[in-house]
Design a protein around this ligand. Structure first.
Ligand SMILES: CC(C)(COP(=O)(O)OP(=O)(O)OC[C@H]1O[C@@H](n2cnc3c(N)ncnc32)[C@H](O)[C@@H]1OP(=O)(O)O)[C@@H](O)C(=O)NCCC(=O)NCCS
Length: 338
C-alpha cells in the first residue's frame, strides 16, 4: 500500500516526524512536501498533488497535516474519489476508516502530540472498510453528487419483473450462477460480445451476478436474466448498461444460450426491455453496438425497430483482431409499443 503525505507550514514538523516513523516500519512512503518550513505557504498548493495521487490508486492512502486538519480535509473532499476525515483520537480514526472508508486521514498538528498522531495513523492504516450498509450510504453520496445522473425515476421491485408469453425477465439471483455457466458454454457467445470471457468459469458467473446486483442498486445498469416460464431456468441475459439519466440514454446488450437461438426469444426480451427503458426509466434513446460480422444480432435490433447509425471501424481488439462495430439506435418516439 502506498502512502502519500503532505503538509503545509502548520503540519510540517508533524509530517516529518510521521515519515521518519513510518519508514522505519517499512511502509511505502511518498513525501509530497512541503520540503522545507515556510510560514507563508498555502495548504491547497501543497496538498493538491498528494490528493490526486490517492484518487488515482484505489489501494493508496493519504495523510495530510495542517494546524487543525480541517483546511486540508475540505480541500481533499472536493475530489469525487476522496473520502477524507479529521481524526483526533484512535477511536474516531477506526470508526471513520471502517464506516466511511476514508482514503485520506487529516491531522491537526496544533491539537495532537506527535505520539498521539502516530497512534491515529497506525489505526487508520490497519483498519478495513466494513462495506454492507456503509457501502450503500457511500454509493448514495456519489449518486447525489454526480453531475451525470439527472432525475432518477423511482423503480419499484415489481417494475423489475417483465413478462411475455414464454419468458420472464427478472434481476439475477446468486442461485442463477449454474444456469448462466451452463448456457454460456459456447465460444461464439464470447466471440460476439466485448466482455464475456473464454473459457467461462462458474466464478465468472458468480462475479457477474454480484456486479449486476450492485449496479442495479446504483441504478447504473439494469441487467435481467431471461427465464423460460415453463422451466424456471435462466437461459441468457439482457440489460441496459451505461444508463445516463441526464441525457436519458442507455446501451442495450444481450446473449442467449445457443440451444435456444433463432426462436425469437431475444427479440421478445428486447421488446420488454425497450418498453421498460422508455416507460419506467423514461429514456429518450437506446443504442446498441454490434460487431459487423454478427448477422443474428443485427437482425434482432432491426426487428425491434432500431436504425443503423453508422459503422465504427476497428473499435475493439477481440479474438486477436480488430473488429468493426455497427452502431444502432432507437428513440422513444420510434418504438412501437404494440
Ligand atoms: C444474437 C442473439 C442474442 C440472438 O438471439 P435469438 O433469440 O436467437 O434471436 P431471435 O431468434 O430473436 O432473432 C435472430 C434472427 O437472426 C436470424 N439469424 C440467426 N443467425 C443468422 C445468420 N447467421 N445470418 C442471418 N440471420 C441469422 C434468425 O433467423 C432470426 O431472424 P428471424 O426471426 O427473421 O428468423 C444470439 O444469437 C446470441 O446470444 N449470440 C451470441 C451473443 C451475441 O451476439 N450477443 C449480442 C452482442 S451485440
Amino acid at each position: 500500500m502506498k502512502i502519500f503525505l503532505a503538509a503545509d507550514h502548520g503540519g510540517f514538523e508533524l509530517k516529518e516526524y510521521l515519515i521518519e516513523k513510518l519508514k522505519k516500519q517499512k511502509y511505502q512512503i511518498e513525501d509530497y512536501g512541503a520540503f522545507k518550513y515556510n510560514p507563508r505557504d498555502d495548504y491547497p498548493d501543497i496538498v493538491k498533488d498528494a490528493i490526486i495521487k490517492v484518487a488515482k490508486d484505489k489501494n493508496a492512502r493519504g495523510i495530510l497535516c495542517c494546524c487543525s486538519g480541517i483546511g486540508v480535509s475540505i480541500m481533499a473532499n472536493r475530489h469525487p474519489k476522496i473520502r477524507a476525515a479529521v481524526a483526533f483520537n484512535k477511536k474516531i480514526a477506526k470508526e471513520t476508516r471502517q464506516k466511511n472508508n476514508i482514503n485520506i486521514l487529516c491531522l491537526g498538528a496544533d491539537y495532537l502530540s506527535q505520539k498521539q498522531a502516530l497512534e491515529i495513523v497506525k489505526t487508520f492504516l490497519s483498519n478495513k472498510f466494513l462495506g454492507g450498509r456503509h457501502e450503500r450510504r457511500l454509493d448514495k453520496i456519489n449518486q447525489y453528487h454526480s453531475k451525470n445522473r439527472g432525475n432518477i425515476p423511482k423503480i419499484k421491485n415489481s417494475d423489475l419483473r417483465l413478462k411475455a408469453k414464454r419468458i420472464i425477465l427478472r434481476p439475477l439471483k446468486n442461485s442463477d450462477a449454474k444456469d448462466i455457466y451452463l448456457n454460456i458454454q459456447d465460444k461464439r457467445i464470447s466471440e460476439s460480445t466485448l466482455k464475456i470471457p473464454w473459457p467461462y468459469k462458474i466464478e465468472d458467473a458468480q462475479i457477474f451476478i454480484q456486479k449486476t446486483k450492485k449496479s442495479l442498486q446504483k441504478k447504473s445498469e439494469f441487467v435481467f436474466g431471461i427465464e423460460l416460464k415453463n422451466r424456471k431456468e435462466v437461459i441468457g441475459c439482457i440489460g441496459l448498461d451505461k444508463v445516463n439519466f441526464e441525457h436519458k440514454n442507455a446501451e442495450l446488450g444481450y446473449w442467449l444460450g445457443s440451444k435456444y437461438w433463432s426462436q425469437g426469444i431475444v427479440t421478445k426480451a428486447g421488446k420488454l426491455i425497450l418498453k421498460f427503458g422508455f416507460e419506467k426509466l423514461k429514456l429518450h434513446r437506446i443504442w446498441c453496438c454490434i460487431f459487423s460480422d454478427n448477422p443474428a444480432s443485427k437482425k434482432v435490433v432491426e426487428k425491434l425497430g432500431f436504425k443503423r447509425e453508422g459503422l465504427h471501424r476497428e473499435t475493439s481488439w477481440r479474438e486477436g483482431r480488430w473488429r468493426d462495430n455497427v452502431r444502432y439506435g432507437i428513440l422513444d418516439r420510434e418504438f412501437e409499443r404494440s
